[in-house]
Design a protein around this ligand. Structure first.
Ligand SMILES: [Zn+2]
Length: 423
């Protein structure tokens, strides 16, 4: 029995023993296809490499501060960039004319307004489609997450303070108007502003450490443990952006996750309090008693299934099982264990991600791919469309690209996919 099938933990959300009954035979009268070209399922999406805070050669590096583009421009295109030696040269060599031009939705699809109990925040002014860009902008200030230790803490403070002072006057006004929750826990107001508002940027060529970028508007997005938007960064255009995880309605607050979403509520609260000095009051954190235990166990279940080895093993098992007709032999069930079939586990994982609003970056794609394959094999056109459309939106968010990876083509013509009716 493979690991993915056997769940002995009491935190597993479903308790019943479920064996696969293949779906009813497809409606043979609806067999005709609208095209003759077979559509392959999109190539596997590889999550972006997340660089470490402390790369091995950090101690040999020297910081430089420069305003980019070095040719100048309007304030909204200017970034003060604190970088390690070699990075600027590598960027300019790799992308002639760096940073390349960018665009953002115009007019804006959000406004920045007071949010009860949470200072200022972003609210959608129009309906925003899943996967769509909410805002794309150059950082005000972009700095490595770690500075060369041998030169001392004071040295790092001076670099940040001087960089903030060198901002274009309009950008300096925007930086100092942001919230600083760090108080006297850091040596300077500027470090407080950066540590409160920066989100992860990188990697860059010639330096494999992480940077933090303070965004003009995107840094105003408040936290939720079930966020409707995700942050990302593009080194080529030197832009930070927010994209919608799901459809966002006009009037809805736009939120992102400041901490890991797989942790239980108490651990999320502890980390938010330690790093950002607030108590989260999102829908998941307001749960109590059994409802909170259920939410915690759901998130733990997603995390337990999100390791690369587990995903690869489960994918292989799923395909073998599907190719064999999606039957399970009567299992031998050890005491205290629950047996479920791969489709049930996959559907459970997806249902949890939707219900909890936490789309694990490693897991959403394998889960949706399995669902699309399963329902293609059993010729359930509506469900193939549904899950392929979800995959298109999430692909655009996680890749920060308008390229949906080919999922929309699957959603538009499920009958022409390579797995349609393949048993
Ligand atoms: Zn919360």
């Amino acid at each position: 029995m493979r690991r993915g099938f056997l769940l002995s933990t009491p935190r597993e959300p479903r308790k019943t023993v479920l064996l696969a009954d293949p779906p009813p035979p497809p409606n043979e009268s609806s067999e005709k296809a609208s095209s003759t070209e077979v559509i392959p399922l999109p190539a596997r999406y590889t999550p972006r490499y997340t660089p470490p805070d402390y790369p091995p050669d950090l101690l040999e590096r020297t910081c430089h501060t420069v305003q980019v583009p070095t040719s100048g421009g309007p304030p909204e295109h200017l970034t003060v960039f604190i970088h390690y030696n070699g990075v600027l040269e590598a960027l300019e060599a790799e992308y002639p004319g760096w940073p390349l031009p960018f665009s953002t939705p115009s007019p804006p699809v959000y406004k920045i307004v007071p949010i009860e109990g949470a200072g200022l925040g972003m609210v959608a002014t129009v309906d925003i489609a899943a996967g769509a860009v909410i805002v794309r902008e150059r950082p005000l200030l972009l700095a490595p997450r770690a500075f060369s230790a041998p030169k001392g803490r004071e040295h790092a403070t001076n670099i940040i303070v001087n960089a903030a002072q060198s901002l274009h006057p309009e950008n300096k006004r925007l930086l100092y108007a942001l919230k600083n929750v760090k108080g006297n826990t850091v040596p300077s107001a500027e470090e407080g502003l950066v540590n409160t508002n920066a989100f992860g940027c990188g990697p860059f060529p010639a330096y494999h450490g992480r940077y933090g970028g303070v965004a003009r508007d995107a840094s105003r997005a408040n936290h939720s443990c079930s966020p409707n938007a995700a942050q990302s960064f593009d080194a080529v255009t030197l832009t930070q952006s927010l994209r919608a995880y799901r459809a966002i309605r006009a009037g809805e607050e736009i939120t992102v996750a400041y901490v890991g979403m797989s942790m239980p509520a108490a651990a999320r609260q502890e980390e938010l309090l330690r790093r950002y000095f607030f108590t989260c009051a999102c829908k998941s954190c307001r749960l109590t008693g059994n409802a909170r235990d259920k939410s915690d166990s759901f998130r733990a279940f997603v995390q337990a299934n999100s390791g690369a080895d587990m995903i690869a093993e489960f994918d292989a098992t799923f395909e073998t099982w599907l190719a064999a007709g999606a039957h399970l032999s009567p299992p031998v069930v050890p005491p205290g264990c629950t047996i479920v079939n791969p489709q049930t586990i996959t559907l459970t994982l997806w249902t949890i991600m939707v219900e909890e609003g936490c789309y694990d970056p490693a897991l959403w794609e394998p889960v949706l791919r399995r669902l699309v394959k399963y329902y293609s094999v059993f010729k359930d056109e509506a469900r193939v469309r549904h899950y392929a459309t979800k995959a298109a939106g999430l692909r655009m968010v996680h890749a920060d690209s308008d390229d949906d990876g080919g999922w929309r083509a699957v959603a538009e013509n499920p009958r022409m996919t390579e797995w349609w009716g393949k048993r």
